[in-house]
Design a protein around this ligand. Structure first.
Ligand code: GRF
Length: 197
């Protein structure tokens, strides 16, 4: 049975495009919705150009009422009946309530080698720490920010005189390769969680 994938974005959606362009042929999943919290997200046009239904739930009218915003997100997601939700450059922190509602179905890509550098400014922090390598992680989403089981990682060297922008660009290339690989295995049910026998 083909798995239905909803992808949540906030910006340009380059990771969304990589996921969508991999879900073809014998891939066990297909994209059914691209949903953004920002009406101006560039990724929405990229999704529409690929014939994928899109929706916007602007978080701004909800102010600090995260549960109300997330209830609106879930209402839109319920319509799409996703088996899997991929956060792809989605920049809103999710509460325990939302994560519990979609527990076990939600993946995220984070631009660091978790558990290092949860949160923001990951590349600047790796450079400042003098790390020799950096990278990205795909993980299951839990209520702990950038917590959850890490399902896959990709590594890049940190080069002398690297700027955060240069390192981000190098990591992004790896994100576009890693996320589709992990999604495919997650959809197949062949992902090996490290804590599983
Ligand atoms: C990427 O670095 C991703 O790791 C982070 O958001 C950035 C932009 O992602 N979560 P995208 O181009 O919007 O997919």
């Amino acid at each position: 049975m083909t798995k239905r994938v909803a992808i949540l974005i906030s910006g340009g959606g380059s990771n969304m495009v990589s996921l969508v362009e991999d879900m073809i042929g014998d891939h066990p999943a297909r994209p059914v919705l691209v949903l953004s919290n920002r009406p101006e997200a560039g990724g929405l046009e990229k999704a529409r150009a690929r014939g994928i239904p899109t929706a916007v739930v602007d978080h701004r009218p909800f102010g600090s009422d995260r549960p109300a915003f997330e209830a609106a997100l879930s209402a839109v997601l319920d319509q799409a009946r996703p088996d899997i939700i991929c956060l792809a450059g989605f920049m809103r922190v999710l509460t325990q309530g939302f994560v519990t509602r979609w527990q076990g179905k939600m993946l995220n890509i984070h631009p660091s080698l978790l558990p290092k550098y949860k949160g923001l400014h990951t590349h600047a922090r790796a450079i400042a720490a003098g790390d020799s390598e950096a990278g990205c992680s795909v993980h299951e989403v839990t209520a702990e920010l950038d917590g959850g089981q890490v399902l896959g990682q990709a590594r890049v060297p940190v080069l002398p005189d690297d700027t955060p922008e240069a390192l981000a660009a190098r990591v992004l290339v790896q994100e576009h390769d890693l996320y589709p690989k992990i999604l495919r295995r997650f959809a197949e049910g062949t992902i090996q969680r490290p804590d599983q026998p």
